[in-house]
Design a protein around this ligand. Structure first.
Ligand code: ARG
Length: 400
């Protein structure tokens, strides 16, 4: 028997119908929960709306700081990116939302949580794996996988029948998920991977063609892997991200268009906008290029794919992710320094970098006067480095 359910609620059509449908089906109390992760919507009206829809209470929580410091920051340290193009704004937010769903469910002594994810996407996996790990005793309900309604029209009819308040405004033809780390946009015309993304699909970036004709130079300073200053001004991480989204977005920076491999086995086409993520990622890698030694840099690079998969595949709350995070955090000790970047019509180029911990030694690298590199010791080094290949060559006699 289910007596109380906490629903991850956005106030949109799906989750509004869910609140009513669950209450009707289980004859139980419904608690709504909405998280502010920087989707840029006013959540205040949800208070009234949730109650009108049938919830007995709604929790609204501003999670932007926690999102930035505990989810995005580890992704920054790791240079996390899925299939080279997606900085995982959506994927990173799900374990955070799940964590708070669980917190409220325990506080409310609820027996279940419910979400509005479909059976085809990655988000059901991310939310449910997090809940399964954090509170295995909770039941998980996913009405979109269970109910008979097959289309938006049927849900609209349901909402009308039960007088559930839904927005009358014209709906976007796309499915959009937005937070401070970026926007994910799919469906509609985009389902044809050959179709050029229409300009109206983009939410936070100017078209590169319409971006200013003059480039903009910016400087970002990192302290132990954390971006802390923009153009010499100190920022909290969440504010820095928001500022870089505005600046980068104005220059058309951070758009990607990709076909990706979902966890549920299908490929899907999605476009993303992540100006701050792209700028920070470029800048962070530039400081690492100066401050990490070769072995560390190359080893850390090998972890990017695995670490990103853990995020994308819903494995945030796992011992492996936690252990990797400890390792990766340790790699950031000397990742301090400043990067100069140039934003211009959709591009974000690194054009300079410096660090008090730089391992770059000009007197070793220079081809000019003052060269301290010991050229003669290179001879012995090359001889021994090539020795195994030489022995193979003597056996194979490729050229007689
Ligand atoms: N494909 C992305 C992911 O799995 C985003 C999913 C949500 N996208 C959306 N437009 N609602 O992380």
């Amino acid at each position: 028997m289910i007596k109380k359910i906490v629903v991850a609620y956005s106030g949109g059509l799906d989750t509004s119908v869910i609140v009513h449908w669950l209450k009707n089906k289980y004859k139980c109390e419904i608690i709504a929960f909405s998280a502010d992760v920087g989707q840029g919507e006013d959540l205040e009206p949800l208070k009234k709306k949730a109650i009108q829809t049938g919830a007995s209470r709604i929790y609204i929580e501003d999670l932007k700081n926690e999102f930035a410091n505990e989810y995005i920051l580890p992704a920054i340290y790791a240079n996390a990116v899925y299939e080279s193009n997606y900085f995982m704004a959506t994927a990173l937010s799900r374990p955070l939302i799940a964590k708070h769903l669980v917190k409220i469910a325990l506080k409310e002594k609820a027996d279940a949580i419910a979400h509005g994810c479909t059976g085809k996407g990655n988000d059901q996996v991310r939310l449910e794996l997090a809940v399964m790990n954090l509170a295995p005793q909770l039941k998980i309900l996913a009405p979109l996988r269970d109910w008979e309604m097959k289309s938006r029209e049927e849900e609209m009819a349901y909402a009308k029948k039960y007088k559930i308040p839904v927005k009358a405004t014209k709906r976007s033809p796309y499915s959009i998920d937005k937070n401070i780390w970026g926007v994910s946009i799919e469906c509609g015309l985009l389902e044809d991977p050959w179709q050029v993304p229409p300009e109206d699909a983009y939410q936070m970036t100017k078209s590169p063609q319409k971006a200013p004709d003059k480039p903009l130079e910016i400087e970002i300073e990192f302290v132990s892997g954390v971006p802390v200053r923009l153009n010499n001004k100190k920022y909290e991480l969440v504010d820095l991200i928001e500022e870089l989204n505005i600046i980068g977005g104005g220059y058309g920076v951070g758009r990607t268009d990709m076909v990706e491999n979902r966890l549920v086995g299908i490929k899907s086409r999605e476009i993303y906008e992540a100006p701050a993520a792209l700028i920070i990622n470029n800048a962070h890698k530039a400081v690492e290029s100066l401050t990490l030694d070769r072995e560390m840099l190359h080893f850390k690079d090998q972890l990017v794919t695995k670490y990103s998969e853990l995020i994308y595949f819903g494995q945030w709350f796992t011992p492996l992710r936690e252990a990797l995070d400890e390792f990766i955090r340790k790699t950031q000790k000397y990742v301090s320094g400043t990067v100069r970047l140039r934003l211009y019509k959709g591009n974000c180029e690194v054009i300079g970098r410096k660090s008090q911990y730089s391992l770059y030694k000009k007197d070793l690298a220079t081809y000019d006067e003052g060269d301290l590199f010991d050229h003669r010791s290179a001879e012995g080094f090359v001889k021994l480095w090539g020795l195994p290949g030489k022995i193979v060559g003597m056996r194979d006699k490729k050229n007689g």
